[in-house]
Design a protein around this ligand. Sequence first.
Ligand code: ATP
Ligand code: MN
Length: 462
Amino acid sequence: MKRTKIVDIFAPEHIGSEVCVKGWVRTRRGNKNVQFVALNDGSTVRNLQVVFDLTKFSDEQLKPVTTGSSICVIGKLVESMGKGQTCEVQADSLEIYGTADPNEYPLQKKGHTLEFLREKAHLRPRTATFGAILRIRSALAFAIHKFFQEKGFFYLHTPLITGSDCEGAGAMFQVTTLPLDKLPKTDDGSIDYSKDFFGKPTALTVSGQLEGELGATALGAIYTFGPTFRAENSNTPRHLAEFWMIEPEMAFYDITDNMDLAEEFVKYCIGYALDNCRDDINFLMEHFDAKLVERLEFVLHNDFVRLPYTEGIEILKASGKKFEFPVEWGVDLQSEHERFLVEEHFKRPVILTDYPKEIKAFYMKQNDDGRTVRAMDVLFPMIGEIIGGSEREADYDKLLARIEELNIPMKDMWWYLDTRRFGTVPHSGFGLGFERLVLFVTGMTNIRDVIPFPRTPNNAEF
Ligand code: ATP
Ligand code: MN
């Protein structure tokens, strides 16, 4: 008999018919006349109640039906009297696929802490919480493609292994096939990278942007969506060593076009989740964050504040707040500053623009004041920076001067500079950290809980 997914069972037309359901047992309870099993197959946060009448099933038959075991049940779907569910299956037949020894199965009890579940990352997707998070994550990934595809952007695959060590966004993980215990050396004693796989030093990418610009200045508008790697030893609730990033890059966009796109984009993603992941969001709201939907709708229905960095600094200085990191024009904003502006001062998302050039990357468009660049960071409640972007410097001479000023090796940059040598155009782009978006939409507070297998310092077990 054909299996019906539990997510589809709740449609009214199935009531009264015979169904076949398969899944993992969440709980079993009952008495000596009847046993109730909460069955989940991952298709929805909702469990299906399966009722075993003990005149039809023996104790012996039901013994292996414990939390974590996997079963197949055929039975009649009927309206349920019990509270909290609309229908239930009255079991006629039972097949056990796999048992889960109650003395060994780590998720035996309910209500484990998120910290405990991080240690069980291989099994935590089987919990209601992580099922909800992972389904929302999947829906958001789809929404991102849908948004850009419907706007005529092309999905560009930029390399994960890069030969340029000047992407500038963070510390890199080296990629090598050289034997680390017997490194080949040149005459002057340095490592002989001509013997390495690519004949030169290579690393995992920290951003696809530079290659994205090559795409944008050919296809007009592209986006990347892939993993990026940063060997930053920052053990914060908002940083991973391996995270996914979406990087649109658009020819003929100035910074205002860029801000408009960023705002429309995140609002679209939030709206998509509210429209398509309501059961999962409601579950997370009930169990973790009662204000979740309110916060999502608030962001959805309010314009983002747009403010130059310099004015932001003035607001922070005038606030009279004691920050851990003191504020002065020229400092890079810490998340405490970003969150003050967003959560306390403006009480809505803020796009901060025109940062001091010293704290931003070499490729950002230089303003006429000689001190600031056309950067734009989107700051969110709870998260701080969710997007970092800019209008790019399109002028060859200005870009070259900045590269030389910062001593970035030209041998790595010639291909990037070619975009400015041949048919340069005004263009812009930004990077959205996917996990920061998932954090915001799920209301989770630690980035390790919104990616299936988090990579952080000293943590690559699973
Ligand atoms: P932060 O100051 O928070 O470290 P950043 O300035 O290094 O961020 P960018 O280089 O502008 O960030 O990267 C673009 C986006 O990627 C950020 O806005 C953020 O959403 C995300 N991001 C950056 N670093 C990480 C990380 N280590 N883990 C997860 N997401 C990240
Ligand atoms: Mn960073």
